[in-house]
Design a protein around this ligand. Structure first.
Ligand code: PNS
Length: 167
């Protein structure tokens, strides 16, 4: 019998801001799942460089209205959000071994909390293996050229935040 159920995956994160590495993971996830929900964590106790609304707008602008992808925000437990969204999986990008320990711990906790949601790790393209939102923000702050590491809408926003940045 054919399984006609839509397979939904959540791609959660801070996305402060979205990078080309994140976009690469989203593209790979699209090949496996029918729908990918990019979910920005709304954490009132942690202020980022960008507001949650700014992050959502940058992601939407970078995805060009792709119907297979939904951009949303969540707070509280990720697995609870996944249950509400009827997701079968949580996607996380895995760059280097340094990511492994914390990701493994989070995946095991998530499984303990909800065994019906699988953690799926996707390896980013080699090109993006060293990129992260934090290192890009740090370089941008001091005028470092990060133009090929972030999508255009993010680059524009970073230039607004950091007057030194001119790429
Ligand atoms: O981009 P990040 O900051 O690495 O993303 C971390 C995120 C948002 C995936 C993680 O902090 C999270 O899932 N937070 C929600 C609370 C939760 O469910 N934590 C995991 C179980 S303790």
């Amino acid at each position: 019998m054919t399984d006609t159920k839509e397979r939904i995956a959540i791609y959660p994160g801070s996305f402060d801001p979205l990078t080309n590495g994140h976009l690469d993971v989203i593209k790979r996830a699209q090949d496996i799942f029918d729908k990918v929900v990019v979910a920005v964590l709304h954490n009132p106790s942690k202020t980022g460089l960008f507001t949650v609304n700014e992050r959502v707008s940058m992601i939407e602008d970078s995805l060009n209205g792709n119907p297979q992808i939904e951009v949303d925000t969540f707070d509280g437990l990720l697995v609870e959000y996944a249950r509400i969204k009827k997701a079968v999986a949580v996607i996380r990008g895995m760059r280097a071994i340094s990511d492994f320990e914390s990701e493994f711990q989070m995946a095991l906790m998530n499984r303990k909390l909800n065994k019906d949601v699988q953690s799926v790790f996707l390896m980013t393209g080699l090109r993006w293996i060293f990129t992260s939102s934090s290192i890009i923000k740090e370089a941008a702050q001091f005028g470092g050229d990060i133009s090929d590491m972030v999508p255009e809408p993010v680059k524009i926003k970073l230039m607004e935040k950091f007057p030194l940045l001119n790429c």
